[in-house]
Design a protein around this ligand. Structure first.
Ligand SMILES: C[S@@+](CC[C@H](N)C(=O)[O-])C[C@H]1O[C@@H](n2cnc3c(N)ncnc32)[C@H](O)[C@@H]1O
Length: 207
């Protein structure tokens, strides 16, 4: 029997759709738990550059290295690693998946790590963070308007929220993004998955 080779591009799309088909936060958490140990390897080529770009975008608007930062949906800590390389020292990780956090913890780039659902408005106290970053989190079946509002609440006045977001999902979120009392202070865009556009948006709370 001839063995059919699945092209790399299709394999990548398989895990993307597997994750984004999740129907509940529990299902999403379980999938990330299962994926945790091979996540870094699987996303090396297609995603790792995005957390790096996000960290560089933060540095332009918040050069203070002891700023209190929340890595929202930290996963295995790719963003934490990029922030540590730039010298940030007070980064806190939050994620649904205990197994993703277990991988992140081993990297020793976070001050604290919390397993939580960011849809829970009590996950952190109001006005706690100088910056909140969410890379790969505002996406289909992941975080939406409820998480956006909670993260906004956890930001200090003048704090910055940085997110990566794909063009199609940005269109869905645009109304909610426009309604919050903040300003868009920077926007970068990158090609991703061959044909898509990924934005790195940075907002500052208050107008
Ligand atoms: C694509 S991964 C991105 C991980 C990391 N930020 C990165 O850039 O590699 C998405 C992460 O968001 C987490 N996540 C999704 N929805 C969440 C929620 N509502 N609360 C907390 N974490 C969430 C998932 O568990 C997963 O680890």
């Amino acid at each position: 029997m001839t063995k059919v080779q699945v092209p790399e591009e299709e394999k990548k799309r398989e895990w993307l759709s597997w994750i984004c088909d999740s129907q509940t936060p529990e299902e999403l958490r379980d999938k990330y738990d299962t994926w945790a140990n091979s996540y870094d390897r699987d996303v090396e080529k297609d995603w790792r550059f995005m957390p790096r770009n996000a960290a560089l975008a933060l540095q332009k608007v918040l050069p203070t290295k002891d700023a209190k930062i929340l890595d929202a949906g930290a996963g295995t800590g790719l963003l934490g690693e990029a922030l540590a390389e730039l010298g940030y020292t007070k980064v806190i990780a939050a994620d649904l998946s205990q197994e993703m956090l277990a991988v992140a913890k081993k990297k020793q780039v976070y001050k604290e790590l919390y397993q939580c659902n960011l849809e829970d408005s009590q996950a952190f106290a109001k006005e706690t963070f100088d910056a909140i970053l969410a890379t790969g989190v505002f996406a289909l079946a992941h975080a939406g308007v409820a998480v956006l509002h909670n993260l906004f609440g956890y930001l200090k006045p003048d704090g910055v929220l940085l997110m990566t977001i794909r063009g199609d999902y940005r269109n869905q979120m645009q109304e909610a993004l426009d309604k919050l009392p903040w300003s868009l202070v920077s926007q970068d865009e990158f090609g991703i998955y061959e044909t898509d556009t990924m934005y790195v948006l940075v907002f500052r709370k208050g107008r």
